[in-house]
Design a protein around this ligand. Structure first.
Ligand code: PMT
Length: 402
């Protein structure tokens, strides 16, 4: 079932490390190539010889100990992995991952990984309940990491509660599920754009907008969770792209157009959540514009309408979704954009309403369809809305196939 899969298995220092030797053995028996990273603390519980014995592969412990197959250990262990599993993940390792530290082989590998990451916390129940640990888990979830909740029961320290590492068979099942995405978007190539473009005025200034990228990143994350292959074309944001997405970073509308056109041919669905500047300075000053007593007049010229261009060259089988950020006449303006850009669906947000639009973690929208239907969507988390939008996209595609 796992034939040919490459799994990097990070083991950190908890008593449950002994169970992970069994997990490594089960993974190997099912055909996976398992590369174990032992932290210094883990090696106090179970020695490297055990893991080398059950996996048939050398065990990695040192950030700087390169070998012919793993010249730069943290990069090679990250880049060849189909899945990074961290079990048990101690409170200390969770804190390091959440903070983005990279001071040992396991944490550096986790930072370099672009594959899905499965984290299996295990610790004393009071430690697990501690707000610091729960906050770190929240942060890891927001990075798109999969968290396998610990089981409840009696722990090695004698206390009873939630904190036990799940049995190896349970972890194995989760690994199989993650490695064989059977989400309802599997087989689909989707393109999501996010963030606000920046249009330079001079080397230090630009015109932009208030988009944080949260809506677009949530759409990318939801699509990955449901098995799609995701390309995320993103204008600058403060967010970390969801692991597993192919990320193309751009700044200006024209760069975004180029990046979108470069991949459009192979896409099944395009969702343009990015806030694209409609205008850019006609001339970009070579040097920083100096302040003077006189008023400064900037001449702006029109940017290309990226979505409009995709709509004009719409291929059969492609689903095109746009967003409309409005401050008045929401339905009227959104309906006009839907028609003019030849879209299947437009997500209209009134960005003057608290809890909707730019920067917030939630959104409140209306969905307008090409057949004239309109659906009101109450305030919800952007990730939840992203899943709802993907549900609608799937519905439209099924309808089109009939
Ligand atoms: O990023 P967040 O902080 O989470 O905020 C989310 C959001 C408000 C940015 C998002 O929900 C949203 O509304 N995005 C679209 C904003 C926008 O540019 O709307 P528009 O009405 O100007 O454009 C309509 C559509 O055409 C959009 O899909 C846009 O990506 C696209 N467009 C616009 C102009 C242009 N030159 N090219 C385009 O492709």
């Amino acid at each position: 079932m796992l034939q040919g899969k490459q799994i990097t298995l990070g083991v950190s220092g908890g008593i449950a490390a002994y169970k992970v030797a069994d997990l490594a053995s089960k993974l190997t028996a099912r055909g996976a190539a398992v590369h174990v990273i032992l932290t210094a603390a883990a090696a106090k519980f179970v020695g490297p010889v055990t893991f080398a014995g059950v996996t048939g592969n050398p065990v990695h412990q040192d950030l700087f100990a390169g070998s012919p197959d793993f010249a730069i250990p943290h990069i090679d262990l990250a880049s060849r992995a189909d899945l990074l599993v961290i079990a048990p993940a101690t409170a200390n390792v969770l804190a390091k991952l959440a903070a983005g530290l990279a001071d040992d082989l396991l944490s550096a590998t986790a930072l370099a990984a672009t594959c899905p990451v499965l984290v299996c916390p295990a610790m004393n129940a009071a430690m697990y309940r501690h707000p610091a640990v729960q906050k770190n888990l929240q942060v890891l979830r927001s990075y798109g990491y999969h968290i396998l909740e610990p089981a409840s029961g009696r722990m090695a320290c004698g206390t009873v509660g939630q904190g036990r590492l799940p049995e190896p068979a349970v972890i194995l099942e989760e690994i199989c599920r993650l490695l064989q995405p059977q989400g309802d978007l599997s087989g689909l190539q989707v393109l999501v754009t996010a963030g606000g473009t920046r249009e330079p005025i001079d080397p230090v200034r630009y015109i932009s907008n208030r988009s944080s990228g949260k809506m677009g990143y949530a759409l990318a994350q939801a699509a990955l969770q449901r098995g799609a292959r995701v390309t995320l074309v993103t204008a600058p944001t403060a967010l970390i792209p969801p692991p597993g997405a192919e990320v193309v970073r751009v700044e200006t509308a024209r760069q975004m157009l180029e990046a979108v056109l470069a991949v459009y041919e192979r896409m099944d669905v395009v969702i343009k959540a990015a806030a694209v500047a409609d205008y850019r300075p006609a001339r970009v000053a070579e040097h920083k514009i100096k302040k003077s007593e006189a008023a400064l007049v900037l001449e702006l010229e029109k940017n290309p309408d990226i979505l409009g261009q995709l709509g004009r060259h719409k291929r059969p089988g492609v689903t095109l979704v746009g967003f409309a950020a409005e401050t008045s006449d929401l339905l009227q303006n959104a309906a006009e954009k839907l028609r003019r850009k030849n879209l299947d669906l437009i997500v209209a947000n009134d960005v003057t309403v608290p809890g909707a639009g730019f920067g917030s973690d939630t959104n409140i929208v209306k969905l307008l369809y090409a057949d004239g239907r309109v659906q009101d969507v109450p305030q919800m988390d952007k990730l939840e809305l992203a899943h709802l939008i993907w549900d609608e996209v799937l519905g439209l595609r099924r309808q089109a196939e009939q």
